[in-house]
Design a binder for this molecule. Structure first.
Ligand SMILES: [Zn+2]
Length: 495
């Protein structure tokens, strides 16, 4: 169907001039023409029209790093703490239908204006990873969310990054069997992993329509041997895919690199030839500032996750320095927004606020720059540079939002205030009214056009109910004791 979408004001891309009474003409999922509403109406008199004077028309958002968990980990009994203490709890989350959970995640993302997401999969068990991945990908497609889906693999340093024998020797005897569950290597070998990725590429990778991009993920520097990282780069090159890795999320990961090689992770990755424009590094909180130029030279993308880095007590990534080095950045929610609600505009608000640090000599990071991270730059580091997502222009995929602009403006906002500043300071999911993905309205008036939210939430609640009314076991107490042991172990790295 041919449609003209119009609004009283429009922001065709972050940082460009704001337009009034502006429209896009959409055919077969793509934007064919943009311009004044009157001109487009004259050029395409047969097209259906949708919009309104009180809306802001803009590109939709790209969530550059996440895990598609659907429900936050804290409400499920894995409390916020240092990453190293929080991570083991992921293996104790309830076994809820991955298809339904991913539909729920998709619904939260779309209602928040996100139409493309990166999904780094946290397997419930390694044996189930392929079946769960297939269900999750199917759910994104059914809900209308573009996904960069990366199954992960680890092959070293589970639970603690180094000095494993010292850690185990320091455990009380009763905790040893608890820790062993998390210290065990994955049952999936490297050969199994790449065979699994190849099957998922064959069945789902869509480099033309960009509904699903398969990617590979050595999960993080400390958890992966050089051999695994290089095999992932080779596999990605061979299949034309991207690689996403967690990197330098915490101070202990940084310390590990210096203990292991006497140099930083980035220097090591450079030496083994793992840095290139195919790579996106998530977090990068504890990086060396004098290595950012090297990363920019290699074309590496960074996924910045401000809420998650605060909740897991990692700190604040040096975004102004990254921007000064001309690194390309996206923003990801990592399933861990401050309000635990996957509200993407709030996440951009936090990214913008944290990037502007105290001191007259500190650089100013504009709202337009941060909005670019949430759209066109995020698309480049999530799907790739050549994917037509993140701007409203002829030839781009028709992924867009109509935002209740009167709601954002509130009682009064001066017309001179930049649109990006108002949006990032005052906007939230409440004002996301209509969301289009590839020419189809997936959210109309704040509700999904295909999914029934009430039925979906009832089905998920029923599954959680079964798990949490099961006979009480001592897992929570064991996990607390393990967290205390991990806290003591890493505290010794600080001294
Ligand atoms: Zn993550």
């Amino acid at each position: 169907m041919n449609t003209i979408i119009w609004a009283g004001i429009a922001l065709p891309a972050a940082g460009v001039d704001v337009e009034s009474d502006w429209a896009v003409y959409v055919e077969d999922g793509h934007i064919v023409e943009t311009g004044a509403r009157a001109d487009l109406s004259a050029h395409h008199p047969e097209a259906e029209q949708f919009g309104g004077a009180g809306f802001l028309l803009m590109p939709s958002f790209v969530n550059s790093h996440d895990h598609g968990r659907g429900v936050g980990t804290m409400p499920l009994g894995d409390p916020d703490d240092l990453l190293e203490l929080w991570l083991p709890g992921l293996w104790t989350l309830p076994p809820v239908d991955p298809y339904l959970l991913t539909l729920w995640e998709s619904l939260q993302l779309l209602k928040s204006g996100v139409t493309t997401t990166a999904h780094s999969h946290n397997p419930r068990t390694w044996e189930q990873m392929e079946a769960d991945s297939r269900q999750a990908i199917r759910a994104y497609v059914d809900a209308g969310v573009r996904v960069a889906f990366h199954p992960p693999l680890v092959d070293q340093n589970q639970l603690v990054y180094a000095e494993r024998s010292r850690f185990v020797e320091g455990l009380p005897a009763s905790l040893v069997p608890v820790a062993e569950r998390f210290l065990a290597p994955p049952s999936l070998t490297q050969v199994d992993y790449f065979a699994l990725c190849a099957r998922l590429v064959d069945d789902f990778h869509d480099p033309l329509g960009h509904t699903v991009h398969l990617q590979v993920s050595p999960a993080g520097g400390q958890w992966c041997s050089d051999e695994l990282i290089l095999a992932a780069v080779d596999f990605a090159q061979h299949h034309g895919l991207r690689v996403q890795m967690h990197m330098l999320e915490t101070r202990y990961q940084r310390i590990y690199a210096f203990k292991r090689w006497g140099k930083s992770f980035v220097r090591h990755l450079e030496e083994i030839g793992a840095l290139g424009p195919w790579l996106t590094l998530a977090h990068m909180v504890c990086c060396e500032l004098d290595e950012l130029d090297l990363l920019a030279e290699r074309g590496v993308g960074i996924a910045h996750n401000p809420s998650s880095n605060l909740r897991l007590r990692s700190g604040v990534a040096p975004v102004p320095e990254m921007l000064a080095a001309r690194l390309r950045l996206g923003v990801g929610m990592d399933g861990h927004t401050l309000d635990d609600d996957q509200d993407y505009l709030r996440e951009l608000r936090l990214a913008w606020t944290l990037a502007n640090r105290p001191g007259a000599a500190s650089p100013t990071v504009t709202a337009a720059t941060v909005l670019g991270m949430g759209s066109v730059d995020g698309a480049a580091i999530t799907l790739g540079d050549n994917v037509p997502v993140g701007r409203l222009a002829a030839g781009q995929l028709a992924d867009l939002l109509l935002v209740d602009w009167e709601g954002v403006r509130g009682l009064w906002s001066a017309p001179t205030v930049p649109v990006e500043e108002l949006l990032l300071r005052r906007g939230s999911r409440q004002q996301i009214r209509h969301v289009m993905v590839g020419g189809e309205w997936v959210i109309r008036n704040g509700a999904h056009t295909r999914l029934n939210e009430d039925d979906l939430s009832a089905a998920l609640r029923a599954q959680f109910d079964v798990h949490y009314t099961a006979p009480a076991h001592d897992e929570a107490a064991q996990m607390q004791a393990l967290a205390a042991a991990l806290r003591r172990f890493y505290a010794s790295w600080d001294s």
